[in-house]
Design a protein around this ligand. Structure first.
Ligand code: FHN
Length: 428
């Protein structure tokens, strides 16, 4: 297929299109599908080499009777999440929406509902921008060839069926379903396509017909923000943001010295789908620090929940969302509209910095409360006023006032000393 010319866009146009995203910083990822029934990882079909017929029992029993997307949306809103991305279809191929191109969809299961429609309406009602995750990979579709990532990769029979098959029918299926998702559910603000694995026995841009797919996406939703997993890294306009997954970049990712938009997607517990028996859950404080560190490096955090097969969020997730929301109530000003602090401002020990370039306010996130003084090297003349964010109580600051005496703090005249309360007040 001839490769499409992707729509040209100036850096200023892209910046304007992504302005809300760069401002909002914090979104909810939702991984939900048939894999919520086995409840032991969204790759269970792959890890356990399950055939379609072995997996069918999850389709036959998919009935999230307690599904209430209004409840999910309220929990996201209270946590301070400004956008949301739901798996409309994950690698298992099961569609949470009423697609006319497959029978493998939620409206044909006992729940009989278009879960995506209910999701989009509920989150929009709370003023939360709506996005989709859509899997390029499909371990159920007959035209998706068996490859090194497929559950049937070790099955000679399945491999033989494959021989000589090309992906053009499947490419059309992708286009048809993305057309449904991008025309029947209102404005879609983010599209998380997942994922390419080019090379031997893999799949990449030619298998997806990526340029034509992306051209279609941009035609249907011109303002949409698209991730970097179509294997178009080297193609101008081939992606909008980088997607470091379950890790924290050491610094703001850059290409040829140019910092790029990025969104790290993270889980509470390591698994994306609901995993009943997984116990390595990150603490609320770890998650808050993760959000702050992400923003301190100019990035967005897409934090994932994996609802159960009854359609409710795991209590462990709800507890953490509540804790993050309690923190955001007082501190969201240090997240929304913020980014990495100017390079000339040195980061004090055990602190993270976020900065709002419009208000020119610097936020110092103190991870380890120091005894009495917080040293700001080279900040002299740069600070007008300092306060604790939570209660707006003033924090006095000075340069070193008694050089040479036994009380000297050995700081240079260009340094500033913030005199913090000795004990971290619960208002900090
Ligand atoms: O294989 C998927 C995985 O299940 C999950 O959806 C993540 C989320 O970014 N993406 C792929 C792994 O990179």
């Amino acid at each position: 297929t001839a490769k499409a010319q992707l729509p040209a866009e100036t850096p200023g146009q892209k910046e304007s299109r992504m302005k809300w995203w760069t401002h909002d910083r914090f979104g909810m990822f939702i991984h939900w599908g048939l894999y919520s029934l086995p409840a032991r990882h969204e790759w269970v079909k792959n890890f356990e080499r399950l055939t379609d017929s072995a997996y069918q029992k999850y389709f036959d029993n998919f009935n999230p009777d307690l599904y209430d997307p209004d409840e999910w949306a309220l929990q996201a809103k209270k946590a301070g999440m400004k956008y949301v991305v739901l798996t409309a279809k994950h690698h298992e191929g099961f569609c949470l929406f009423d697609s006319k191109y497959t029978d493998y969809k939620s409206t044909n299961t006992p729940v009989k509902k278009d879960l995506v429609k209910l999701y989009a309406d509920a989150f929009r009602k709370q003023g939360i921008r709506v996005g989709f995750y859509y899997s390029l990979i499909d371990w159920h579709h007959p035209d998706f060839t068996v490859d090194r990532n497929h559950p049937m990769r070790d099955n000679a029979e399945a491999r033989k069926l494959n021989a000589g098959k090309d992906m053009r029918k499947y490419q059309q299926y992708l286009k048809n379903q993305l057309t449904e998702l991008l025309t029947q559910y209102g404005q879609i603000d983010e599209l998380f396509l997942d994922f390419s694995y080019p090379g031997k026995d893999g799949k990449g841009r030619d298998d997806w017909d990526s340029e034509n797919l992306l051209k279609l996406v941009r035609k249907l939703q011109p303002r949409i923000i698209v991730n970097d997993r179509l294997d178009l890294a080297a193609v101008p306009g081939g992606w909008d943001y980088q997607t470091p997954e379950q890790f924290m970049p050491r610094e703001w990712p850059a290409i040829n010295g140019q910092r790029v938009p990025w969104e790290t997607c993270q889980t509470f517990s390591g698994s994306w789908g609901y995993y009943r028996d997984e116990y390595s859950w990150k603490s609320t404080n770890q998650l808050i620090a993760m959000l702050v560190e992400t923003v301190s490096k100019g990035g967005n955090l897409l934090l994932n929940v994996g609802p159960t097969a009854r359609g409710v969020l795991d209590e462990r997730a709800q507890e953490r969302l509540q804790g993050i929301g309690d923190w955001m109530r007082f501190n969201s000003r240090a997240v929304y509209g913020c980014t990495q602090a100017p390079d000339e401002l040195e980061k004090p020990d055990n602190c993270l910095l976020t900065y709002n370039p419009e208000t020119r306010r610097l936020y110092i996130h103190v991870l380890e409360w120091p005894f009495k003084s917080l040293y700001l090297k080279g900040y002299a003349g740069k600070i007008k006023y300092a306060q604790l964010l939570k209660d707006a109580s003033e924090i006095k600051f000075r340069t070193n006032t008694t050089p040479g005496s036994h009380t000297t703090e050995n700081t240079a005249a260009t340094d500033v000393i913030l005199d913090l309360p000795v004990n971290k007040p619960d208002t900090a």
